[in-house]
Design a protein around this ligand. Structure first.
Ligand code: ATP
Ligand code: MG
Length: 229
């Protein structure tokens, strides 16, 4: 089986008027379909940069990224990108927020609307669909953001510390729920976090990580990206 994502000899350097920041150096990584991969590394080591490269938002300085055998670019692939903030718009209802991606991409057809409806029902948001985001809990907001992302049926989900803005208790349950949804929808996902201390010292968080890992039923790789100074 060929990997869904193949990253080959990837390096990335930011160029600013103040100079260069070497951020990623010689990263090699393969992600198979259906895998849930966690990347743990300290703040500033290049986790978000790596996701930006995989999403095609920025081009590698050196190396190549393939998605489903073709070189990554902005046009031909659907990539779901979930960030630390849920970016739900307060002036839209929950329903109109989850429709946003479909609206922008001109994909508001019956099949996609039905899919959204089934996601809202399955994941406990259907009865809140006419609420405003501020009327939801932190975990519900993250679920709404995930449904908005899933609506476009992305080939891969990139999760950039999506629980970091939540309080501790909510982070545990939201992490659990989001992991379950991703598994049920049979998605390939890449999650980054810098919270290794919590991952190591907190059994409950480890349980969440384990839960995601073992329910994905696949091999999981941990990649520690060293900081390059
Ligand atoms: N647009 C940019 N221009 C210049 N340098 C940048 C830019 N974005 C990030 N960097 C630098 O690249 C390095 C990696 O940043 P990145 O945001 O990828 O780290 P991170 O691992 O995601 O950190 P965190 O855990 O804090 O989110 C940092 O040294 C940062 O200052
Ligand atoms: Mg980051």
């Amino acid at each position: 089986m060929s990997p869904l994502v193949k990253i080959q000899n990837l390096s990335y350097t930011y160029h600013t008027p103040k100079g260069e920041t070497k951020t990623l150096e010689n990263i090699n990584l393969m992600i198979n379909k259906g895998e849930f991969i966690s990347i743990v590394g300290p703040s500033g080591c290049g986790k978000s940069t790596l996701l930006s490269v995989i999403s095609g938002l920025i081009q590698p300085s050196i190396g190549e990224v393939f998605l489903d055998k073709s070189l990554i670019n902005n046009d031909s692939h659907y990539i779901g990108y979930m960030l630390q903030k849920d970016h739900l718009f307060e002036w839209r209802t929950v329903y109109r927020n989850v429709l946003l991606g479909l609206e922008i991409n001109n994909k508001l057809n019956a099949e996609n609307l039905e899919y959204i409806d089934s996601l809202l029902k399955q994941y406990g948001l259907h009865e809140f669909k006419n609420y405003k985001p501020s009327q939801l809990s932190g975990g519900m907001r993250q679920r709404a953001a995930l449904i908005r992302t899933l609506a476009l049926k992305p080939e891969i989900l990139l999760l950039d510390e999506p629980f970091a803005a939540l309080d501790y208790q909510t982070r545990l349950s939201a992490g659990d729920e989001i992991g379950t949804i991703i598994k049920k929808e049979n998605k390939t996902a890449l999650l980054v976090t810098h919270d290794i201390a919590e991952a190591i010292f907190n059994k409950k968080l480890l349980y969440i990580l384990n839960y995601i890992i073992y329910t994905s039923n696949k091999k999981v790789q941990y990649i520690f990206l060293d900081c390059i100074s």
